[in-house]
Design a protein around this ligand. Structure first.
Ligand code: KG4
Ligand code: ZN
Length: 338
């Protein structure tokens, strides 16, 4: 049997600069540098993200190589995020990867960020892995998709958001509540002691397996504005109940469509991926649903939910096996589709 390839991957699609090294499907290192600079602005500032990636990329790759206890000469291929994401941020990772591939004379592999999130389930840490075909609810700051996964390199989006992503719904709601960016984890935290039925928000009416979250945002804004007129301390006095009710609304929208997808396709291997899959309420509700409906559920480890390069490395690994390589003319794409 030929030796397991060593893949170095870089991820720079948004505001995390990440590098990871995989040997076959096993992790040798996984390094993420978060960018704190955006917290002051209530969201990611693309120009600042790109500049921070430029400062971080070499130290982060260096740390990944050292942590993996290899040298750069041991790397068999380099994978990078081609998109979707912020163009200025993607350019930093893709330029680095192209230079590294050229300098070391090794193959270059372009990876779709969303496919990376889905394939993070195949990082081998002794965990159960989904059987093909499976459905993946991919929920992040920029995307909300139900994906039918036939094989590592064959996937189809069967449902998507028509406006905001689930993560955006969390972050924008948090902003209305005066919480800093990214607000998703904070809503999760405050919701733990709140009543999910304290407040009710408008429900979207969207056909088939698609989603919509912009109406929910408006409904939340109206309720809070009205509450503040009646009581200036409305938010602080109701923060836990507001967070619990908002989180319940977002998660209910996601689960309703996922259940519909399971009914339509008859597929009972179910996975979740992306930053919002770190949400504790989504995880527990899904576990409940899996028990009652008898489907197999795959939930990634926390470190593989939010953006990381290990997921780009595993997607790169499957492309490596397929000899699916790119050349120096490869360019990033902000709106890359599957
Ligand atoms: O996948 P990700 O790290 O980046 C993108 O590709 O967008 O996802 C980031 C999103 C943010 O919107 C963040 O608020 C959300 O994931 N998020 C959460 C939680 N942890 C991260 N949302 C709800 N609950 C959480 N615990
Ligand atoms: Zn992501």
């Amino acid at each position: 049997m030929s030796k397991e390839p060593i893949i170095l991957a870089v991820e720079s699609s948004c505001d995390d600069t990440a590098a990871a090294i995989l040997k076959g499907q096993k992790i040798l290192s996984n390094v993420v540098a978060n960018q704190k600079v955006h917290q002051y602005f209530g969201g990611v500032v693309p120009e600042l993200a790109s500049r921070a990636h430029q400062q971080n990329i070499i130290p982060v790759v260096d740390a990944a190589i050292k942590e993996a206890k290899i040298t750069k000469n041991d790397v068999d291929a380099i994978a990078f995020t081609k998109g979707p994401g912020l163009l200025g941020s993607l350019l930093v990772g893709s330029s680095f990867a192209k230079s590294f591939a050229m300098g070391m004379d090794i193959p270059l592999i372009a990876v779709n960020h969303m496919q990376g999130h889905i394939l993070s389930h195949f990082i081998d840490e002794g965990n159960a892995i989904p059987e093909f075909p499976f459905l993946c609810l991919t929920v992040s700051g920029g995307h909300t998709q139900i994906v039918k996964v036939d094989s590592p390199n064959k996937m189809e989006v069967i449902g998507t958001t028509l406006d905001d992503a689930a993560g955006e719904a969390f972050d924008k709601s948090a902003k209305i509540l005066g919480l800093p960016y990214p607000g998703g984890p904070l809503i999760d935290k405050h919701a733990k002691k709140g009543n999910i039925y304290a407040f009710e928000f408008g429900k979207p009416k969207v056909k088939q397996l698609d989603f919509s979250f912009s109406g929910l945002k408006t409904s939340i804004m109206r309720l809070i504005q009205k509450g503040i007129v009646e009581n200036p301390k409305f938010i602080t006095e109701n923060l836990e109940d507001l967070c619990a009710s908002i989180q319940h609304s977002i998660v209910s929208i996601l689960l309703k469509k996922l259940e519909k997808a399971i009914q339509q396709t008859g597929i009972t291997q179910i996975a979740i991926a992306g930053g919002v899959s770190a949400n504790s309420y989504l995880r527990s509700e899904l576990e409940q649903l899996a028990k009652t409906n008898n489907f197999s559920l795959y939930i990634p480890k926390f470190e593989y939910c939010t953006d990381n390069a290990a997921m780009i490395a595993i997607a790169g690994y499957f492309k490596y096996l397929d000899n699916d390589f790119s050349d120096q003319s490869e360019t990033p794409s902000a709106r890359l589709l599957f």
